[in-house]
Design a protein around this ligand. Structure first.
Ligand code: SF4
Length: 152
C-alpha cells in the first residue's frame, strides 16, 4: 500500500524529533532541512501532528517543536491511521461521479480490510525506537546538532 507524501513527511519528522534526544526544540525550518522536504509541507505536517497531540511547540527565539509524551510512545500504525483521511483507497465515490460498481462492492470491503491489516501490522512499531545512530548522525550534524550520547 502506498503512503501519501503527507504521511511520509509526518513520519520522517517524528523520526527526526525522536533522534535528537528531545532535549531541545527544533525549528520547523531545521526539521524541513533534516527530512529533505520543503518548509511549507513540513509546516502543515507539524500542525497536524500538534493537533493529534504528538508534538508540542513553543514560540520565541529558543522555541520550536518537540515530541510530546504521546509522540514518544506513538506507533507507525497509530499515526498512519490517524493521518489517513481517505474513506477508500480507490475512487469509489468522487466529484466526477461514483463508480458504477459501487453497490455493495466486494472489492471495496476487501481493500478496507487489507488496509486495516496493514495498519495492524505496524501498530507495534514504536516510531521513536526506529532511528539509529548511523542513520541519524549525519543528519543531526548537518543541522549543527550534537547526536545524543556523543562526547562534548
Ligand atoms: S470497483 Fe468497487 S472498489 Fe473499485 S472503485 Fe468501484 S466501488 Fe470502488
Amino acid at each position: 500500500m502506498r503512503m501519501t507524501a503527507f504521511e511520509d513527511v509526518s513520519l520522517r519528522a517524528l523520526m527526526l524529533l525522536s533522534s535528537t534526544g528531545n532535549t531541545e526544540p527544533l525549528a520547523t525550518r531545521a526539521i524541513a532541512d533534516g527530512v529533505g522536504t520543503p518548509y511549507n509541507h513540513v509546516s502543515k505536517a507539524v500542525l497536524r501532528l500538534r493537533e493529534l497531540g504528538l508534538v508540542e511547540s513553543t514560540r520565541g527565539r529558543a522555541g520550536g517543536v518537540q515530541l510530546s509524551d504521546a509522540g514518544r510512545r506513538a506507533t507507525v500504525g497509530q499515526v498512519l491511521r490517524a493521518l489517513d483521511t481517505r474513506e477508500d483507497l480507490t475512487e469509489c465515490e468522487s466529484a466526477n461521479g461514483d463508480c458504477p460498481l459501487n453497490l455493495q462492492c466486494g472489492l471495496r470491503s476487501a481493500l478496507r480490510e487489507a488496509r486495516e491489516a496493514f495498519y495492524r501490522a505496524l501498530d507495534h512499531v514504536i516510531i521513536s525506537s526506529l532511528p539509529h545512530r548511523r542513520q541519524m548522525e549525519p543528519v543531526l550534524l548537518q543541522l549543527g546538532l550534537r547526536p545524543p550520547g556523543s562526547a562534548v
